[in-house]
Design a protein around this ligand. Structure first.
Ligand SMILES: Nc1ncnc2c1ncn2[C@@H]1O[C@H](COP(=O)(O)OP(=O)(O)OP(=O)(O)O)[C@@H](O)[C@H]1O
Ligand SMILES: [Mg+2]
Length: 256
């Protein structure tokens, strides 16, 4: 579903991503981890066509990003950001926020589809006419997910989708995402600082450091601590230490 070969991304003279390659199967959930500034968001944003200066090859579905039009791309892949408050227009109702991509793309039956999407993410018709500030953080992230799903994409690129949320709410959103992936046969790429979240959500993961890929692991390798590089081991140990904090959400999911 996604194939990235030798991707490099520059911002002026700075290199944000250097020679990164990865591929993700249809229906797979793939994680990206690594310290702040290592290039994780830049990979996602480049796949979404949001960066201009890049070299290498990116294929997503049957679109070659060098040649494909943005209009085709948004029907295949959509991004969900960390902060739903920033990604939702404050003066649009929830219904308008969900309907907007469909209206822009001249889809029919937008009303019925909006109602269907609201139900799919666990909100009701009563939420449809509310504004973002009238919802909880978790509800807002549900709306951002519904909006991302409105054009029926095959791929969701999720950039720290739960790190702005309360621990208890994080678990709800992660479970919602897992259910949607199953039901809609979606492919995920998930960026997270939290290895417990990655281990819960992802079949495989890639570790990044200083713009480069360090190594790729399966979930089983991650859980067994079976890694090749010291950097990954350090990251793994730091994440274990943090378990009482953010990582507890994935524990909550596992046990409840
Ligand atoms: N639009 C931009 N203009 C200039 N530099 C940028 C831009 N976007 C990212 N960078 C730089 O590229 C590097 C990688 O940033 P990126 O946002 O991809 O990191 P990240 O791994 O997502 O970090 P974090 O975990 O903090 O979100 C950083 O050095 C960052 O400052
Ligand atoms: Mg980032």
């Amino acid at each position: 579903m996604i194939r990235i070969d030798n991707l490099s991304v520059h911002f002026g003279s700075a290199v944000a991503v250097q020679n990164v390659s990865l591929s993700v199967e249809s229906g797979e959930s793939f994680g990206l981890v690594g310290e702040s500034g290592s290039g994780k968001s830049t990979v996602l944003r480049t796949v979404m066509g949001l960066n201009r200066q890049w070299t290498g090859d990116i294929h997503i579905g049957d679109i070659d990003l060098r040649k494909g039009r943005r209009r085709d791309l948004v029907r295949v892949a959509q991004m969900v950001f960390q902060d739903p408050y920033a990604s939702l227009h404050p003066r649009y109702t929830i219904g308008q926020a969900i309907a907007e991509p469909m209206l822009i793309n001249r889809m029919s039956d937008v009303d019925a589809r909006t109602a269907e999407l609201l139900e799919m993410i666990g909100l009701t018709a009563a939420h449809r006419f509310r504004f973002p500030h009238e919802l909880s953080g978790g509800q807002r992230q549900r709306v951002a997910i519904a909006r991302a799903l409105s054009l029926s994409p095959k791929v969701l690129l999720l950039d720290e989708p739960t790190s702005a949320l309360d621990v208890s709410v994080q678990a709800e959103i992660l479970n919602l995402l897992n259910r949607l992936r199953r039901e809609l046969n979606l492919t995920f790429v998930i960026v997270s600082h939290d290895l417990a979240v990655i281990s819960y959500m992802c079949d495989r993961l890639m570790v990044m450091q200083n713009a480069r890929a360090v190594e790729t692991l399966t979930r089983a390798q991650l859980r067994a601590g079976d890694m090749q590089h010291d950097y990954t081991r350090t990251l793994f140990r730091a994440s274990h230490r943090d378990r009482a904090g953010a990582g507890a959400s994935a524990e909550a999911v596992r046990h409840g």
